[in-house]
Write a protein that binds this ligand. Sequence first.
Ligand code: HEC
Length: 104
Amino acid sequence: MKLILSIMILSGCLLFTLAGCVRKNDYMPPVGATGEKIFKGACVQCHTPVNGKVMILRSEMANKEAIIERVTNGKGFGMPAFPNLTGDSVQNLAEYVLENSVTR
Ligand code: HEC
């Protein structure tokens, strides 16, 4: 009985950890915000610009689709998902990131 209980608790924890892997950020873009404004509101606290470049992108990340996917879904423990960045706001943001990043 005790064993079954511990297994239940353990698997519950595991599920919770897996589901909790990607954090969500409920940043809401202001209406008509530019990519720069969104970046400064939602991203700079983690992606601090260096020499005016906001990010160093791996080559496979250096396109709009990949950036949008990353912003929408997040990644791992570090990069949160932004479910409120959709449509024009995420398009403008991805263009801003691309134009102001270096690719390695
Ligand atoms: C809480 C901190 C945090 C915030 C806020 C954040 N990021 Fe990230 N971001 C990370 C971390 C950490 C990674 C690396 C994740 C990995 O690859 O495992 C990352 C990775 C990325 C990547 C992939 C870069 C590459 O070359 O692999 C992009 C693109 C990105 N972030 C864009 C954004 C944008 C745009 C925003 C604002 C909407 C944002 N991030 C907000 C922490 C953050």
